[in-house]
Ligand binder design. Structure first.
Ligand code: MLT
Length: 200
């Protein structure tokens, strides 16, 4: 997968950055800097193009996912993480994903499909990626930022995701914003505070 790797302090986590629709591997670099400037960064570009806009999996309509493609792309990303850990010599267990919108959805789906994919996840404006799955036991820590007035990800998507992940064993924190689907500095600051408390 097309990506950027930036080596950070080896004692710190590796941030897997997953952009929203139409973004790329540069979109969330500044955000990683804010959360922890010493962390390593693995920033990936989605392999699917929708009218020229990169995404991590195909969709049939807004909010309606191509489930076969989602499963295949999630596996591809999981395998890419294994390869990257070998190539860049980082601890595979040390990966924290930071995803926005479409990137948050594939990050959530990594948890839905694999027990050991991620140690932590910051999800900005996610949806439930799949409602027909038994989620493997989760030991991951999850931060969700959602919008009370998000037209793309309605409130119940965030609360259902919280419940489903918590029922699987994840430690989930949910924070609300009121700026629609926008990724705001205020939710990034909340994510940073959560990260410092959870992983410091
Ligand atoms: C998706 O397709 O993953 C969601 O609708 C969010 C987005 O607009 O990318």
């Amino acid at each position: 997968m097309h990506h950027i790797f930036k080596q950070g302090n080896k004692q710190k986590p590796v941030f897997l950055l997953l952009h929203g629709t139409g973004g790329d591997e540069n979109s969330l670099l500044a955000l990683a800097e804010i959360i922890d400037q010493e962390a390593s960064v693995l920033s990936v570009r989605g392999n699917v193009l929708e009218h020229g806009m990169p995404r991590f999996f195909r969709r049939i309509a807004e909010g309606v996912f191509d489930m076969e493609d989602l499963a295949a792309r999630t596996k591809e990303l999981y395998e890419f993480l294994d390869e990257a850990a070998t190539n860049y010599e980082f601890e595979r267990k040390n990966v924290i994903a930071i995803g926005y919108s479409n990137g948050a959805n594939i990050a959530a789906n990594l948890l839905f499909e694999f027990e050991d994919a991620l140690t932590g996840v910051i999800l900005h404006h996610p949806m439930v990626p799949n409602r027909n799955v038994i989620i493997p036991t989760q030991h991951s820590k999850v931060f969700i930022a959602a919008g009370v007035n998000d037209p793309i990800c309605p409130q119940h998507e965030a609360t259902d995701l919280q419940t489903m992940l918590a029922n699987a064993g994840a430690d989930v924190t949910l924070e609300w914003e009121s700026n629609g689907h926008q990724l705001t500095m205020s939710e990034v600051q909340k994510a940073k505070a959560w990260y410092e408390q959870s992983f410091a």
